[in-house]
Design a protein around this ligand. Structure first.
Ligand code: ZN
Length: 318
């Protein structure tokens, strides 16, 4: 989830001589002169020595870019040690030696969204999109971000395809790609399916790990509230207390919302997400199977009820 991927950008800037600079905003002591930086160290911001991978490509951190300053994540405990050392008054100096081995793949790379659909029986050219992102980072297995969302979307598709009742509108299940580098898959979908957007009722994504779904966040849109509270009232039975909540950005529902399509993300119990996502601890052990079943129940009911409404969901934001 991109929104959950924002980390403090301040870092000690290491000069080619590997000198570490203390943050000027938090220290009144005069900093020693600094030569041009050789790298930026970033606090991984996780517990227990976990590392983290995150961030979009701004175009300045690719090998072909003129600014080739690499950013390196450091375990929080190591970062804190460097910070304390760097705060010592002059003439003390902190020297750090870095050894980085890396591999660059020439780009651009072609990647794909994965899409399946259940055709609507009355309005096949109107849509409800249910999504999650298939891409991840490679420190762990990417279970919580976003293997769990992917599994929930696939299970939702499987059970609706088998339930024996076709929806009124077409249900489209999308596993987006390139979410982590900047919502590339969903932005491309919105651009490529522009003509369909006025006929797309909603997009709902599952992208906060394994935790039980307790609500749907719709970026405001008060006009949706009475409709969803009535249509999704039965989800209370499985723990959804807020079928219309405020919600926030940071995932593949955002490009839809910006293009005028009501976009929501599942509000979920946190269930270890903050601890493990984007780290080497994001492994299969983090899964809570019962909660994924609940997630598929919530998405299946939501998708079907919204697809079967007499009209498309209202578009107004206020
Ligand atoms: Zn994610």
């Amino acid at each position: 989830m991109a929104g959950c991927c924002r980390w403090p950008r301040w870092a000690g800037i290491l000069a080619p001589t590997a000198r570490c600079r203390a943050p000027s905003s938090s220290s009144k002591q005069k900093s020693p002169p600094i030569s041009p930086p050789g790298s930026v160290l970033l606090d991984a911001g996780k517990h227990h020595g976990l590392l983290v991978t995150t961030g979009g490509w701004s175009g300045t951190d690719r090998p072909s870019a003129s600014n080739r300053l690499p950013g390196l994540f450091v375990a929080h405990e190591h970062y804190a040690l460097l910070y304390r050392l760097a705060r010592r008054p002059a003439p003390a100096r902190t020297r750090v030696e870095l050894e980085v081995s890396n591999k660059f793949v020439p780009g651009p790379l072609v990647v794909h969204n994965t899409i399946g659909e259940i055709l609507g029986k009355e309005k096949p050219d109107e849509f409800v999109v249910i999504g999650a992102h298939l891409d991840s980072w490679d420190l762990g297995q990417g279970t919580l971000d976003n293997g769990t969302g992917t599994a929930v979307v696939l299970e939702t598709a499987r059970l609706l395809a088998r339930c024996g009742t076709a929806p009124k509108r077409t249900l489209r299940f999308v596993l987006f790609t390139g979410e982590e580098q900047g919502l590339h898959g969903s932005r491309a979908y919105v651009a490529r399916h522009k003509a369909e957007l006025p006929r797309t009722s909603a997009c709902i994504v599952h992208d906060t790990g394994t935790g039980k779904v307790i609500g749907l966040g719709w970026f405001g849109r008060p006009a949706l509230k009475p409709i969803l509270e009535a249509e999704l009232a039965m989800l209370k039975e499985v723990g959804v207390t807020q079928p219309h909540a405020r919600g926030f950005g940071g995932s593949d529902h955002v490009p839809f919302d910006r293009a005028g399509v009501p976009g929501a993300h599942c509000l979920q119990e946190i269930a270890g997400y903050r601890f493990a996502h984007h780290t080497q601890a994001d492994t299969l052990e983090m899964v809570r199977e019962a909660d994924l079943v609940q997630g598929a129940q919530v998405l299946a009911v939501s998708a079907m009820r919204i697809a079967n409404l007499p009209k498309l969901l209202p578009r107004e934001k206020r």
